[in-house]
Ligand binder design. Sequence first.
Ligand code: SAH
Length: 343
Amino acid sequence: MRDIKDLSLSGLEAKLKNWEEPAFHARQIFSWIYKKGAADFSRMSDLPADLRKKLQDNFYLFGLKLTKKLESKDGTEKFLFALKDKNFIEAVAIPEKNRMTGCLSTQAGCRFACRFCASGLGGFQKNLSCGQMLEEALYLKNHSRYKKLTHLVFMGTGEPLDNYENVIKAIRIINSPDALGIGARRITISTCGIIPGIKRLAQEGLQVELSVSLHAADDKTRSEVMPINKKYPLKELITACRGYIQKTNRQITFEYILMQGINSGLQNARNLIKILKGLGLVKVNLIPANPIRELKVTPPAEGEIRFFRDYLVKGGLQVTLRRERGEDIEASCGQLRLRHAQK
Ligand code: SAH
């Protein structure tokens, strides 16, 4: 049995041809899965009965098992899923005005072990398949309170550029008007700075948004909080980002988690201005650290956060300050999975 969501539209058409069925049924099947939220093949009423049977015998539609759903006071909803092998992954639905942003996991566990992030605590388990990521998105669309999905961010557990092929394949299906039809500009890939992945993405011809988790602007601090910096140090990372901007003409957002006593002082702000100035199309997104019990990370005081932001603005950078959503349901990266594992 295979996950039907691992097939692109042309892949499904090829399969139908192989069965000597008309290829146009592929669009109908896509529409049932991605637009109408069909829960099983037998409901696909405009398909011939024998085709429905064939689909049922060869494919499954859903493979994740919903284990827990949490709702925050602010409307954020978090879904915890068990994979067949008992690994856990999580996805989050974040409502905001007319938007509904889905946050997807790309791997079970994570191999990058950033010091502030709960996802790396248990190490790496496995890459998620294209179909599993699409299933997270479908769950959010069909089972979240507002029953819609307008934006997607690949910012859940795992590193998207470490699962490159599956992520890009999923994005093309999310993007396709025959499937979820979410515009590429409404899809964000967030990376800890995998340089070969950034270079490859620049050649992909996709209009997706790129976020780079920077979190420090000197190699010493960055290597301490993000071990991947030893492999892909700042100078090379910034050069790759410059190349990406030149090639795609797209803006890059640099994520910067403010951590008390680690990266939120005046010198850190100066360094940040120094490395980003001259890149052109960039934005800095400041995120006061979400405290995680197991990790000794806390946000700076309000005054320090504001000072840091104002300093960057005065230095000529475009800056936003993100407030964490769903704090009361441990919706920050990897937290729910972590709690679940401890129970
Ligand atoms: N591996 C990718 C995507 C997952 S992490 C990457 O590194 O970008 C994505 C984001 O999770 C981080 O940039 C940060 O915004 C958020 N995050 C993780 N731990 C956090 C914490 N303790 N507080 C606030 N945000 C956190």
